[in-house]
Design a protein around this ligand. Structure first.
Ligand SMILES: [Zn+2]
Length: 159
């Protein structure tokens, strides 16, 4: 794990220094997330809890509607406007929501590390849904650039 994060960061910097203009990723966010992971694997849960806390206690309050169609549209717009990537709700059944995230600012095109890494984004979805559904929500990332997938997928379950 230790060496794979060095490889991920070296790979990002190689792309960045080769052609800074064509590097459309948010390099500062990526370096922050990857360096946190390199520092300690325990940061996965810290990133998730951080995303969850801010989305539940702050972001959700900016969305005036508790109607889930409106709330999901707000969340999708937020992801685009905050340059996190293009989020889309692709499945919904009962207490289960499935989202795809294209061009994820954390993992799109990254050097795969055999695990999912978008815990901050997963936490944002969890916190936002908890506030809107007024239920406990757990989000798991099932596809990720960290796993070599070409988009992220998040499965949210409300309990
Ligand atoms: Zn991801």
């Amino acid at each position: 794990m230790e060496d794979s994060w060095k490889k991920v960061i070296d790979d990002e910097l190689d792309v960045f220094f080769k052609d800074k203009k064509s590097c459309n990723h948010n390099i500062s966010k990526r370096l922050l997330v990857y360096s946190l992971e390199w520092l300690s694997v325990g940061y996965f849960s810290a990133l998730y809890m951080a995303g969850k806390k801010f989305a539940k206690n702050s972001l959700a309050g900016k969305c005036g509607s508790d109607n889930m169609a409106d709330a999901n549209a707000f969340l999708e717009d937020f992801f685009v406007e905050a340059e996190l990537g293009e989020l889309k709700l692709v499945g919904e059944s009962g207490a289960r929501y499935v989202y795809r995230l294209e061009n994820c600012s954390s993992c799109a095109g990254m050097c795969p590390v055999e695990k999912q890494i978008c815990y901050f984004e997963a936490g944002i979805i969890a916190g936002f849904l908890e506030a809107k559904l007024k239920k406990r929500v757990v989000v798991r990332e099932t596809l990720c650039g960290g796993l070599g997938d070409d988009c992220c997928e998040f499965v949210a379950r409300a309990g």
